[in-house]
Design a protein around this ligand. Structure first.
Ligand code: NDP
Length: 401
C-alpha cells in the first residue's frame, strides 16, 4: 500500500494534505506530523469535513533525527514529504536514509545561523541515496518546482536549446493588511533582503537586494513592478541547462511592501543575529515573525490572482522564438477549495503531484534529483487536472532589459 508521511502543518502542508485526500486512489493512507500536533488535528478536521477522509496525526520534532526515525518506524511510509522549514531538510534526509524511505521537499537547505541557501548541502547526499536505492526529489513546489518543470517541458517539446530564461513570480493578491508576508515571514524576509544573483555567460552576477526594478504587464493581473532576486532554482537550472546564456528570477512587490521591508531592515528587525533583551537572547527576525500576521490566516481575506511562469528564448530548427508559459491562480477560489490562499496552494499542489508520481512509479531512480532531471510530461498533465492549469503563448522577443 502507498502510504505517505507529511511533515509540517503550515500553509503548504495543509494544502498538500487536502489535495492528497482528494486523490484517494493515489493516496490511500495519509499521515501528518508536525511540531504542534494541534495544527495537524485542525488540518485533519478540515480534511474530514471537506472529503470525508481520515488523516492520522502525530507530534514530531523534525530537528531530532532519532525522533523522526521512531515515527517513521511506527508509520512505515513509502515517501516522507518535507513541508516543514528548509532548516529541517538535512535531518529529515538523514531519517529517510536510516529507515529506507523516499524523500521529497519544496525548499533547499539553509543553515539557520547563516542566511545563505544553496543546494550543495543536499547534493552532497547523492551517493548515500544512490547506494541505498532511494529517491530524494528536491524542490517540488511552484518556484522551485513548477518553474523548473516548465523550463524542462519547453526544452523537451519546443526548443533545441534555451538561451535566455526569465522566471516571473507575480502575486497580484491583496490581503488588506498594511504589511504581511504570504508565506513564512522568516523565510520570505531572508530571501528578499539577500543580494540578487543571476546567471550570465557562465558566471553569477551580483547586485544589491531590490536594486533592479522593471514594470511588466502580467496576464489577468495587469502591470506590476517586479524586482530581480536570487532564487534557488537558478542554481540547479544553471547546472542542468549548461547551454543557458542568462537565467534570472523576478518577483513582484508593491511599494508599501518595499517601504516596510526597508524600514524594518534599517532598524535591525530583519537581522538573524541574536540580541540580548531583558535577560533573554532573541533573534530580531524571529520576534518580527511573532508580531506579523500569520500567513495561514490571510486566506480568508486575500483577493486577486497569482501569475507565475517562465519566459524562454531559444532556437528550434535554426529559428529563434520566445515562449511564455504560466499558471494563473485565484486566491479566493483556492480558499473555497481547500481553505488556503494561492501562495500556499501553488506550493502544496506541486508537492502533492511530485509525491503522486513517486508513489505511482512514474518518477523513479536512486539518488538526489532536481525537478529538471525528471520527465516533465506526467507532472504537466497533473497540473492541468489538479488545479494549476497552464498556458503557453509566443512573445515577440525575450524580456527586453
Ligand atoms: P509555515 O511556517 O506555515 O509551516 C511550517 C510548518 O513546519 C509549521 O507547521 C511548523 O510547526 C513546522 N515545523 C517547523 N519546524 C519544525 C520542526 N523542527 N519539527 C516539526 N515541524 C516543524 O511554512 P509554509 O507552509 O509556508 O512553508 C513550508 C515550506 O514550503 C517551507 O520550507 C517553505 O520554504 C516552502 N515553500 C516553498 C515554495 C515553493 O514554491 N517551492 C513557496 C512557499 C514555501 P509550528 O506550527 O509548530 O511552527
Amino acid at each position: 500500500m502507498s502510504k505517505v508521511l507529511v511533515i509540517g502543518a503550515g500553509g503548504v502542508g495543509s494544502v498538500a494534505v487536502h489535495k492528497m485526500a482528494m486523490n484517494p486512489e493515489i493516496f490511500p493512507e495519509i499521515v501528518l506530523a508536525s511540531r504542534t500536533v494541534s495544527k495537524c488535528e485542525a488540518i485533519a478536521e478540515s480534511v474530514k469535513a471537506r472529503t470525508g477522509r481520515e488523516v492520522e496525526t502525530h507530534a514530531v520534532d523534525a530537528d531530532n533525527v532519532a525522533e523522526t526515525v521512531a515515527l517513521i518506524e511506527k508509520v512505515r511510509p513509502t515517501v516522507l514529504v518535507n513541508l516543514a522549514l528548509p532548516y529541517q531538510d538535512l535531518a529529515l534526509m538523514d531519517a529517510c536514509l536510516a529507515t529506507g524511505t523516499h524523500y521529497l521537499d519544496t525548499a533547499n537547505y539553509e543553515p539557520p545561523e547563516e542566511a545563505k541557501f544553496e543546494y550543495s548541502h543536499q547534493w552532497a547526499y547523492q551517493e548515500r541515496f544512490e547506494k541505498a536505492g532511494l529517491m530524494a526529489v528536491l524542490g517540488s513546489g511552484f518556484d522551485p518546482g513548477v518553474t523548473s518543470v516548465f523550463a524542462t517541458w519547453l526544452k523537451k517539446h519546443h526548443f533545441d536549446r534555451i538561451d535566455y530564461l526569465d522566471i516571473l513570480d507575480c502575486n497580484g493578491g491583496d490581503h488588506g493588511h498594511p504589511f504581511a508576508t504570504n508565506f513564512n515571514p522568516e523565510i520570505n524576509i531572508r530571501e528578499v533582503t539577500a543580494p540578487a544573483y543571476h546567471w550570465e555567460d557562465g558566471k553569477w552576477i551580483t547586485s544589491p537586494a531590490m536594486s533592479h526594478k522593471v514594470a511588466f504587464d502580467f496576464p489577468e493581473v495587469g502591470e506590476k513592478n517586479m524586482y530581480l532576486m536570487y532564487h534557488e532554482e537558478l542554481e540547479s537550472l544553471a547546472k542542468h541547462f549548461p547551454e543557458i546564456k542568462r537565467a534570472r528570477f523576478w518577483m513582484t512587490f508593491g511599494d508599501a511592501y518595499i517601504n516596510h521591508v526597508t524600514v524594518l531592515e534599517n532598524v535591525g528587525m530583519t537581522s538573524i543575529e541574536p540580541v540580548e533583551f531583558q535577560g533573554q537572547q532573541i533573534v530580531p527576525l524571529q520576534f518580527l515573525k511573532a508580531v506579523l500576521p500569520n500567513p495561514g490566516d490571510l486566506g480568508a481575506r486575500t483577493k486577486g490572482k497569482t501569475c507565475i511562469g517562465d519566459i524562454a528564448t531559444g532556437v528550434k530548427d535554426g529559428a529563434e522564438k520566445t515562449l511564455y508559459i504560466y499558471n494563473i491562480c485565484d486566491h479566493e477560489e483556492c480558499y473555497r477549495e481547500v481553505g488556503s490562499q494561492a501562495v500556499s496552494y501553488t506550493t502544496g499542489v506541486p508537492a502533492m503531484i511530485g509525491t503522486a508520481l513517486m508513489l505511482q512509479g512514474k518518477w523513479s531512480g536512486a539518488g538526489v534529483f532536481n525537478m529538471e532531471q525528471l520527465d516533465p510530461d506526467p507532472f504537466m498533465e497533473m497540473l492541468n487536472t489538479q488545479g494549476l492549469p497552464w498556458q503557453v503563448h509566443e512573445l515577440p522577443g525575450p524580456v527586453g532589459f
